[in-house]
Ligand binder design. Structure first.
Ligand code: UDP
Length: 364
């Protein structure tokens, strides 16, 4: 079984097309993993919302684009809200296509943080593997993920251990981390640049804490990311002056990393159980140390004092002190950490091991 070429169907997030930014970190995770799995010789059919773009071609990759309405994302609903499927939703259409093709594949990998594909695991003969991309943001999602863990424990994987702790799991969680294409990020040695922050502009990302740090130090924070919550963004704009924040927009990876690499530190201030934190690793790939709250993914990606600093959640003073000490971190450490732990090659190998393990076992 080892090293056997797998025929895989990857089903994308239904929150937005790949490249829209609406899907958050999952978009880059999918693109990086497709390339990594192809480099290991696997054959991929990617099913994704219409408009999705993959920045490379391969004879091992086929893309099927599906039209339909975006799903609402769970992180902006109440914990007890029911499952929503809008009329003409892209989610069931993605899965109709996956089910049609599944008999000719070894496995289907789901990237949607949504109820339907998890539930389908119980009813179909096809092997659906789920890379869970968030902590438990909703009760019904927590329930279905816990149920699937009881029935098919090896068909679930998580980005980090702390993320997985939100769920009631039958066995130790399978942790696959994440990974990014090394060719897309250049190491930048420059040490004295500005402070940066990156992510979706939405309350769970806590941008206001990072702006406070910049304001206190009399600096301007550079901010990259999609404005997902306009009300939240204008509240920040009204609280701070133009001297403390500069909106850089949502950029494609090549431009994003070019600008990010000039920073002397990235500040990462989540207010939720961040499942991973792509931007942390993208910064490190450019040689930029990261100062982050010690919760969720950031707490596992940052080795305090080696590739950045960890600070108690919501501790602004702690962030300020860490920022003042950032020159103690060697930028080379950050790049080295990335090359060892989070390239798309090592990520794809971990995912491959997970699939082999799940395909070999019988449950129930
Ligand atoms: N990003 C981007 N361009 C930008 C700013 C951010 O492409 O100008 C991407 C970044 O590469 C990352 C994603 O936005 O993949 C944010 O993902 P993260 O895991 O940090 O947070 P999430 O949005 O998933 O909560």
């Amino acid at each position: 079984m080892r090293n056997k070429q797998l025929k895989l169907i990857l089903v994308s997030t239904p929150i937005g097309y790949l490249g829209s930014g609406k899907g958050g970190g999952v978009e880059l995770t999918i693109i990086s993993l497709v390339k990594g799995l192809i480099s290991l010789g696997h054959k991929i059919i990617l099913i994704a919302p219409k408009g999705s773009k993959i920045p490379f071609e391969s004879e091992l990759l086929e893309i099927k684009l599906i039209d339909g309405i975006d799903q609402p994302s769970w992180q902006h609903q109440k914990r007890t809200d029911p499952v929503l499927i809008p009329s003409n939703s892209v989610l069931p259409k993605l899965w109709e296509t996956a089910i049609d093709l599944a008999n000719h594949s070894d496995a289907v990998i789901n990237f949607a943080y949504d109820w339907l594909p998890l539930w389908l695991t119980k009813t179909h003969e096809i092997k659906i593997f789920h890379l869970i991309s968030m902590g438990a943001e909703s009760l019904i999602m927590k329930e279905i993920i816990s149920q699937i863990s009881q029935l098919f424990p090896y068909q679930l994987a998580f980005h980090t251990k702390r993320q997985s702790e939100d769920y009631c799991l039958k066995t130790d969680p399978i942790i696959v981390g994440n990974g990014f294409d090394m060719e897309n990020y250049s190491f930048n040695e420059k040490k004295n640049g500005p402070l940066g922050w990156a992510g979706r502009i939405a309350p769970e990302k806590g941008l206001e804490d990072a702006v406070r740090v910049a304001k206190d130090l009399g600096e301007k924070l550079l901010v990259w990311g999609l404005i997902e919550d306009k009300e939240y963004a204008s509240k920040i704009e009204n609280t701070f002056t133009k001297e403390s924040i500069e909106w850089k927009g949502f950029l494609p990876t090549n431009e994003f990393q070019d600008q990010l690499g000039l920073c002397r530190a990235l500040i990462n201030t989540p207010k939720w159980n961040e499942a991973y934190g792509n931007v942390i690793v993208e910064a490190m790939a450019c040689g930029v140390p990261v100062i982050a709250y010690d919760l969720g993914g950031p707490g596992e990606l940052i080795e305090d004092g080696f590739n950045g600093f960890l600070v108690k959640p919501n501790d602004i003073e702690g962030l300020i002190n860490a920022t003042k000490s950032i020159s103690e971190i060697k930028r080379k450490n950050c790049r080295d950490w990335f090359e060892k732990k989070a390239t798309n090659k090592v990520f794809a190998q971990r995912v491959q091991n997970w699939l082999y393990k799940g395909l070999n076992k019988k449950y129930l």
